[in-house]
Write a protein that binds this ligand. Structure first.
Ligand SMILES: Cc1cc2nc3c(=O)[nH]c(=O)nc-3n(C[C@H](O)[C@H](O)[C@H](O)COP(=O)(O)O)c2cc1C
Length: 204
């Protein structure tokens, strides 16, 4: 059986989404996938970044993370997108990447893949679900197969968000429960993508 290719494409200003992306990658790798973790290009000015030391520090610390490209989407059988909540929506940085994919969409190259999403917000009711659902709008347009975690593992009854892993950044870095939920989400996406890949190969 061919391995499942998973792209984890995220934006993070101050490190929380980066930590979630790494945990999702751990879960996907443990489930047997080939994984690419990619950050989207920064669009904020150096002035804006440098005005917040924690943002500037995170940019320095993740300088070695490769930037997402269209080839990552084409390569992937499954894609997990991670974005902080910004006024209840995904960040403009992630949207800028998504909105650059028109030519791929037009050629049908984004269809039939598995998609899933994860997020963080500063407060518990600060828009995590609306951010995940907003990303889902795009997956529908792409003809994707949306795989949420639901309550399909005991960790989800502790983590509590069936739409996708989410973290309340105002409480500090992601807790062990949240990181476990992120690993589970990565694993579930791989398991589903593997079943689809095997089924399609058998039907071909
Ligand atoms: C412009 C802006 C808008 C934001 N909007 C929200 C929001 O609507 N709700 C919320 O709880 N947090 C909001 N936040 C906080 C971010 O969601 C939080 O800093 C982020 O999830 C941390 O992730 P990161 O460390 O990966 O950057 C906002 C932050 C910025 C800069």
């Amino acid at each position: 059986m061919e391995r499942v290719n998973v792209a984890i494409i995220y934006y993070s200003a101050t490190g929380n989404l980066h930590a979630l992306a790494q945990a999702v990658a751990e879960g996907a790798e443990k489930a047997g996938a080939e994984v690419r973790v990619r950050k989207v290009a920064e669009t904020a000015t150096a002035e804006a970044i440098n005005a917040r030391p924690e943002w500037a520090q995170h940019v320095r610390e993740t300088a070695d993370v490769p930037e997402a490209g269209h080839d990552d989407l084409v390569w992937a059988d499954a894609v997990l997108f991670g974005s902080p909540t910004r006024f209840g929506n995904p960040t403009s940085q992630l949207r800028a990447f998504i909105e650059s994919t028109g030519p791929l969409w037009f050629q049908g190259k984004l269809a039939d893949k598995v998609y899933s999403a994860f997020t963080a917000s500063n407060t518990a009711h600060g828009g995590q679900e609306s951010t995940l659902l907003a990303l889902g709008n795009t997956f529908y347009h792409w003809g994707g197969i949306i795989v949420p975690p639901g309550y399909t593992d005991p960790i989800q009854f502790q983590a509590g968000n069936p739409y996708g892993t989410s973290h309340v950044a105002g409480t500090g870095r992601p807790s062990d429960v949240t990181l476990q939920a992120a690993r589970f989400q990565g694993q579930r996406v791989v398991d589903t993508a593997a079943a689809l890949k095997a089924g399609r190969a058998a039907a071909a």
